[in-house]
Design a protein around this ligand. Structure first.
Ligand code: HEM
Length: 437
């Protein structure tokens, strides 16, 4: 997202509302939603870059290698149907709605006065805002409680195992797992929430929300790395989204995966609470040792520039490592993990404050922030991506004194959807309906 003020490029919301009101008045009758929506949409000048549209159809799903949008709204859903046709029905409806909303259009085209409107309407007049919708399949889609509900059990990829328990995990069941996931990313928080809300509405009776999480990054220019709530630049050392070879190697599933996963990726989501109260009392030097990078420049310790390569062998005059043994970046670096790399798309989250009491001296009680990092990462195989790296981090990382993982999940995000196809079509067609229906 560009840092410059785009308000000058855009008609005011009030102006847009007047346009719609004028249309309704001049027609002399209440216009149906699609007509109002088209009028509002057309009111955005083409050169308004908030109106930029990210492609929906293609070899890969959007929202994986898309330059980070400023906001996210992710949800995991549980399937409540046992009927395979219901599942196919929501995959079809989601595909059509997602493609429309990515273009800045309402979720559905038709408007019948006897039915609720085809869209809840809170994004009317808002630009497309580079909306992407990234869908994922959890283990429960393939088998749940030992039951193969949709005849898909044989299609479960080996890479979609259950995430193992990690040291220090404090996962809350109601914030963890799910049969399906959808992550909306957009340059407007209401556009992101709106999109997921429509999909949830379309799935009524078939799937229900299990958990959801919002996230944001600061509005820095595309050439700057956003800072997280600990004040450090987050996202510096990532496979390049402009390097197809890096992406083929670390992000996209290749011929090792089932046909329907090719060009797809596995996403790991983790809701990580950060004890900001504790962190804010740490000296700068200690904060920098924790990460192994300088806070203000983002450079590796001892170096000057953010993108200077890590030198894990650098030692000070006493022979001690410049980047401590348990610094976050040392433990997470590819060189410490047999070359493993993941594509991180980290967002901060801020869910207000919670009341807490301590049962040990000084028996403090009061409010603590419920804020931290909504960690999102994509990889070709989680067993040699997140699981491998985080197994080490969860045991030795200095950062562990400040962070607690409270929820999340692992989902298989299939390859992109070609125009005319629907989400999951290749998975569905590679399996047989169970004879019991
Ligand atoms: C609240 C939790 C976390 C915070 C605040 C955090 C923050 C950071 C920061 C500031 C950096 C250095 C700049 C950069 O390269 O982006 C970094 C690097 C990195 N982090 Fe995290 N991180 C967190 C959790 C995790 C987790 C759970 C993983 C799981 C695998 C992870 C994997 C990585 C990797 C792979 C790097 C790049 C290392 C390198 O190659 O230099 N981080 N993180």
């Amino acid at each position: 997202m560009s840092g410059r003020d785009r308000r000058g490029l855009q008609p005011t919301r009030r102006g847009l509302a007047r346009t719609a009101a004028g249309l309704v008045a001049s027609a002399g009758i209440g216009l149906r939603m699609p007509a109002v929506a088209e009028a509002l949409h057309a009111a955005h000048p083409a050169d308004d870059d908030r109106n930029r549209i990210e492609p929906f159809w293609g070899t890969h799903q959007g929202g994986v290698t898309t330059p980070l949008q400023s906001h996210t709204y992710a949800a995991a859903l549980d399937l409540v149907t046992t009927n395979r046709d219901d599942l196919i029905g929501i995959f079809r409806a989601w595909t059509s709605a997602a493609a429309r909303m990515s273009r800045g259009q309402p979720a559905q085209a038709t408007d019948q006065s006897i039915a609720p409107p085809p869209d809840s309407g809170e994004a009317l007049g808002l630009p497309a805002a580079r909306l992407t919708l990234t869908f994922g399949f959890g283990a429960g889609l393939f088998a749940k409680d030992g039951k193969d509900r949709y005849g898909l059990a044989a299609q479960r990829p080996q890479a979609l195992g259950d995430l193992p328990p990690f040291n220090g995990d404090q996962l809350v069941e109601t914030r963890t797992g799910g049969d399906l996931s959808v992550q909306a990313c957009a340059d407007d928080p209401q556009v992101a929430f709106h999109a997921v809300r429509q999909l949830v509405r379309l799935a009524y009776g078939v799937a229900k929300v299990r958990w959801a999480q919002t996230g944001f990054i600061p509005s820095v220019g595309p050439d700057q790395t956003p800072r997280n709530l600990m004040g450090f630049k987050d996202g510096t050392s990532n496979p390049s989204i402009d390097d197809p070879a890096d992406l083929e190697r670390f992000v996209w599933v290749g011929t090792e995966g089932p046909e329907w996963m090719r060009g797809g990726s596995y996403v790991v989501l983790r809701r990580i609470r950060i004890a900001l109260e504790h962190w804010d009392r740490m000296p700068l030097d200690f904060q920098e040792q924790t990460f192994g990078r300088h806070k203000y420049s983002g450079a590796p310790l001892g170096l000057k520039s953010e993108f200077d390569p890590l030198d894990l062998n650098a030692a000070d005059k006493d022979g001690n490592p410049v980047i401590p043994e348990s610094a976050h970046v040392r433990l997470a670096a590819a060189a410490s993990n047999d070359g493993a790399r993941i594509l991180r798309r980290p967002y901060s989250y801020n869910d207000g404050v919670n009341f807490t009491t301590e049962r040990w001296p000084p028996w403090r009680q009061g409010m603590e922030y419920d804020a931290g990092l909504f960690f999102v990462c994509y990889q070709r195989d989680p067993r040699i991506g997140f699981i491998k790296i985080f197994d080490k981090l969860s045991k030795f990382d200095m950062l562990n004194q400040f962070v607690t993982h409270t929820g999340g999940g692992l989902f298989a995000c299939p390859g992109g959807i070609a125009q005319g196809e629907f989400l999951g079509q290749r998975l569905i067609e590679s399996s047989q309906p169970r004879s019991t229906g």
